[in-house]
Ligand binder design. Sequence first.
Ligand code: SF4
Ligand code: SF4
Length: 86
Amino acid sequence: MKLKPGAIVEGHTSHNNITGTWRNYKPVYHQKSCTGCTLCVINCPEGCVFMVDERKFTCNLKYCKGCGICAEECPVDDIEMIVEEK
Ligand code: SF4
Ligand code: SF4
């Protein structure tokens, strides 16, 4: 994409950036002790964490880059980072 000074990049272009390919670790959402605090949703830099049910969250691995922030922020350690199998 060619950028011009002062230009506003068109919307939804981040969908074309498949950040899941960057990943060396991936989060496992155990969905056992989740309190539904949504800290994982709020802090994910890719915005790829979503609720599947009350007190059950997961992420879209197509965009999860494996940064581990969600696991770090989860107050009840319900998210575990594991090595990505390639
Ligand atoms: S590991 Fe990082 S990118 Fe993946 S869901 Fe957690 S916070 Fe989001
Ligand atoms: S941060 Fe942990 S406790 Fe909070 S919603 Fe996410 S998985 Fe559940």
